[in-house]
Design a protein around this ligand. Sequence first.
Ligand code: SF4
Length: 307
Amino acid sequence: MELVSACLAGVACRYNGACRTDRALAARAASGDLLPVCPELLGGLSLPRPPSEIRGGAGAEVLDGKARVVSRDGADLTAAFLKGAQAVLDLARSVAARDAFLAARSPSCGVGEVHDGGFSGGLIPGDGVAAALLARNGIHLVAVGKPKTAATGLFAPTQPGLRLARKSDAADLARLAAQLGYPSEAEALAPRLAMYSADQGKAIIVAEEDGRVVGWASLELVELLISERHVEISALVVDEERRNRGIGGRILAEAQAWAESRGARLLRVRSNVVRQGAHRFYEAQGFARTKESYTFEKPVGRGESQR
Ligand code: SF4
């Protein structure tokens, strides 16, 4: 069983006594597939209640004692939010939940962005208090409700010069893909890039220097019946003119942060046996060589008829 913010499941538990029903999630909750939880009610807050925001950071900073949750009328509600977050984590453990579908931008449930504490609609990157605690304990967060900040998305690289890929990067990504041995046209790559932007289980992290993309990595969250949730680095390339300057290592560090934000405990990369330089690079970055294998391919569908 997985968790869902109770207001998404049709429970009128928002600060103003309303709900944010998501019909598909509510149906899953009604069938017993999802467990509705409201961290703020579990923390002992009343209904209705004044709206609250985090001041001084996001949920992670609240967990670390570096930020506070305050109501619009100035009351410090940090203790109640921490109590509610712990209650949600306890419930998640009791049902062995692996995923949590959470309402966007809430100071408890927000994933990837929360209000900035000014009560004026401003947003900052980060998770709500309960969401941050769940993520720290390996639970995969799924934001429900469109993020307002498209540039920030649900994950914001923190290192200067690194960011998530944009639609306008298609030509640069194609140019570097060719250096990796995968000649690509920007037109063919653009719809795949859009797919990565829309899917919270995928990401493309790019490195930029002098206004130009000089490296990128594509990441996929993988969940298999036979293995733990992990993140696969399906491609990583640095412009051949900018290699050996730490760009690849910085992209990998951000890939690790993205993997952790998705509740993964393992990063995996496959590298062709002939790429000896790449093998040395990954080992220098802390990756261990685990096995050698062959890849078998068979064209199917239209690919088969074109042989
Ligand atoms: S704390 Fe979470 S579940 Fe409760 S009302 Fe807010 S967003 Fe919904």
